[in-house]
Design a protein around this ligand. Structure first.
Ligand code: IPE
Ligand code: IPE
Ligand code: MG
Length: 233
């Protein structure tokens, strides 16, 4: 189902987009200008991923912990995501980009929820690149939700496979490669269950500066990794 064009390219890349605030501070700009540039980096990265033949990308856009930020910053992020999706809907539809989400969308403003609904519906049959947006997403919440779903269906015990099949990302392969920009070396509650055997990569570049060159460098690094999954090679 998920075919790659180039050998040794990860099928699914997870991206923890970090450094928007620091990028803005460095330019003497308000934090939301960093998020604005961050959206442009998402746009560029989607183009590059299509070109390189990656099948799935999961972007960490808003975590369950990001509600701790100011209302102004949070609203700014929601508006940027809404406007971006609105402006790209036809383009994505035509270029084979399928938009999916993971995370609890219920607390979001109605206009953002509506935009998400529209773009998911419009792009649902697309096959070239799946762009999975992690919105109000937390890895722990994802696992707890999966287990509760199973309990509500009558389970007394659960298996690893059942949990995996009930995560938000159940239709997607597990991420092969996780990139976190800005030099922070932590996971911050992203896809905890799914990344058991993901290769991790922490480039220093701040997310708003991320471009095709950084992506190619990351993929070069990935290609050199020896994935053993606990076995011997
Ligand atoms: C990542 O950039 C974007 C979100 C978490 C929404 P940050 O806003 O965390 O940027 P820094 O870490 O403050 O530089
Ligand atoms: C992780 O970045 C969340 C997203 C990229 C959406 P944060 O900036 O929120 O993570 P911490 O607080 O530095 O761990
Ligand atoms: Mg950050």
């Amino acid at each position: 189902m998920f075919k790659n064009k180039v050998k040794n390219i990860p099928q699914h890349i997870g991206i923890i987009m970090d450094g928007n605030g620091r990028w803005a501070s460095l330019q003497g700009l308000p934090r939301n200008m960093g998020h604005k540039e961050g959206i442009n980096a998402v746009d560029r990265t989607i183009d590059a991923l299509i070109k390189l033949g990656v099948s799935v990308v999961s972007f960490f856009a808003f975590s369950t912990e990001n509600w701790k930020r100011s209302e102004q910053e949070i609203t700014g992020i929601f508006n940027l995501v809404r406007d971006f999706l609105h402006s790209k809907r036809n383009n994505f539809k035509e270029r084979g980009v399928k938009i999916t989400t993971m995370g609890e969308l219920e607390p979001f403003p109605e206009d953002l929820k509506k935009e998400l609904e529209l773009i998911k519906e419009d792009t649902k049959n697309n096959k070239k690149l799946t762009v999975n947006l992690a919105l109000n997403y937390g890895g722990r919440a994802d696992i707890v939700r999966a287990v509760n779903k199973l309990i509500n269906e009558g389970a007394k015990e659960v298996t690893e496979k059942e949990i995996l099949e009930n995560l938000y990302s159940s239709d997607l392969p597990e991420p092969d490669f996780i990139i976190r920009t800005s030099g922070e070396k932590r996971i911050s509650n992203f896809m905890l269950y799914q990344m058991a055997y993901s290769e991790l990569y922490f480039p220093k570049v701040l997310w708003p500066n991320f471009n095709e060159r950084h992506l190619r460098k990351a993929l070069k690094e990935y290609a050199k990794r020896n994935r053993r999954f606990g076995g011997i090679k």
